[in-house]
Each structure stands twice: as C-alpha cells, then as structure tokens.
Design a protein around this ligand. Sequence first.
Ligand SMILES: Cc1cc2nc3c(=O)[nH]c(=O)nc-3n(C[C@H](O)[C@H](O)[C@H](O)COP(=O)(O)O)c2cc1C
Length: 230
Amino acid sequence: MPPAPPTPHAPPPPDAPESDVPSAAHPRSKARHDAQDAFFGYYPGPVAVVTARHGDAVNVMSAGWHAALSAAPPLYGVAIAPERHTHALVAAAGAFAVHFLPIERADAVQGAGVLSGADVPDKLAALNLAWREGDHGLPILEDAYLAYACTVRERHPAGDHDWFVGDVTGVYADADAYPDRLLDAAVASPAIYYGRSRYEGLGHGPVRTFDVDALRALGRGATDDEGGAA
Ligand SMILES: Cc1cc2nc3c(=O)[nH]c(=O)nc-3n(C[C@H](O)[C@H](O)[C@H](O)COP(=O)(O)O)c2cc1C
C-alpha cells in the first residue's frame, strides 16, 4: 500500500499580528528512510553537559540525549552509554549534574563530547571548565547558565545506552540569564548543536509568544466565552 500523503499544515492560530507569523506556505516534502540507517544524526538540539564525582574523581561529558521527565517530583533523565568514563562514576556515586552552556562555551560542549576521562586525567581543567562544589559534592560549572544536581532514582538499559532517571535536588540558575524565570538569550545564548561539530547560538530567529487563553478558547469553539487562567 502506498504511504498516506502528508497532512497539510494547519493554518497558524490567530494569536499574533500577521507580520509576525512565519510563512507555512511550503509543505515540506520528506523522503522516508529506514531508521536502522538514518535515525542517528538529526538535530538541532541543546546538548547537556553532565558532570559526575566519585571520591576525588571528577569528570564531564556531553549528552545530546536528555529530558525533563516530571515536575512533581522533579525528575531529569540522561542517556549515558556504558562505555563512557562518566557512566562508572554516575553508577558508583549515584549522582550527576546536568548543565547548559552558552554558545561562547561551545568549545567545551564539543570537547567534553570528544575527549574521555579515561585518557585525560582532569578533563574539566583540560577544557578550562571552572567549577564549584554543589549538592552531593557534584561539580557545578561556573560557565553554565543553568544546572540541575540529581541523585539517581532509576537506571534503565535502553539499547546501547543506559537511561539514568535523576531526582533533581538542586537547581542552579543564573539570575541575570533568567529574570523572572524566562531566559534572556541576549545574556545567555544557548549553544544549539546542529550535528557534525557545528553549533549556533539561540535567540536570533523570529520570536513568537502566545495568548494561552485565546488558544484554549479556540479548542472550545468560538461561541464558548468562558475564561481560564493561563
Ligand atoms: C554533541 C554530542 C552529543 C553526545 N551525546 C551523548 C549522549 O547523549 N550520551 C552518551 O553516552 N554520549 C554522548 N556523546 C558522546 C560522549 O560525550 C563522549 O563519548 C565522551 O567522550 C564521553 O566522555 P567520558 O568517557 O569522559 O565519559 C555525545 C558527544 C557529542 C559531541
């Protein structure tokens, strides 16, 4: 049976002036590839920088595969392959910290993802990553605009990686970068990974903010005028 034709884009909701709405005039043609050959390597995304410590041994690695998992309790997950030096430290200590670095430190994001602590005794120093001790003695990177300190709650083998689920015990957020908890990309432009060792700073594209009440009203139909808090 031939594959179903792609669903056309829905028109953008009436939440912003016409001039602010990016054009969706061109439906994107997509070739299908077999996932076995084509899954790996599609981006962009922010790459997390994970630190771990067991006794005097500290290390850092990059992880593109990570996610917030739960708000209450606060949980964060990260995929770490068993062969990573960091894996042994996280497993032994039962703790890890997840960081996000600005584009100015993309060199460290890339370096933490290429060098191994198995070969480089002090990878943090080699990458010029200054740190302070945080929750559970974990290294909290000075250059990060955001960090979560976590204790390991669960570990799930998932294919060629282990998925570590962490209870977030501490949040370290740069107050200048997050006035009122909304990231100011002019203060900290996240390093976004595009693949093939290429990074771009976030915050230069069109900005769209949404009126949540208007969207909820759209879901209820135009005649329903009940209000709702955002
Ligand atoms: C952009 C990027 C993303 C990566 N994402 C992951 C990941 O999600 N999980 C993982 O286990 N390794 C990932 N890696 C590979 C490790 O960071 C890399 O093997 C690193 O050298 C491991 O360091 P370690 O041996 O000191 O722990 C990534 C590397 C790069 C460059």
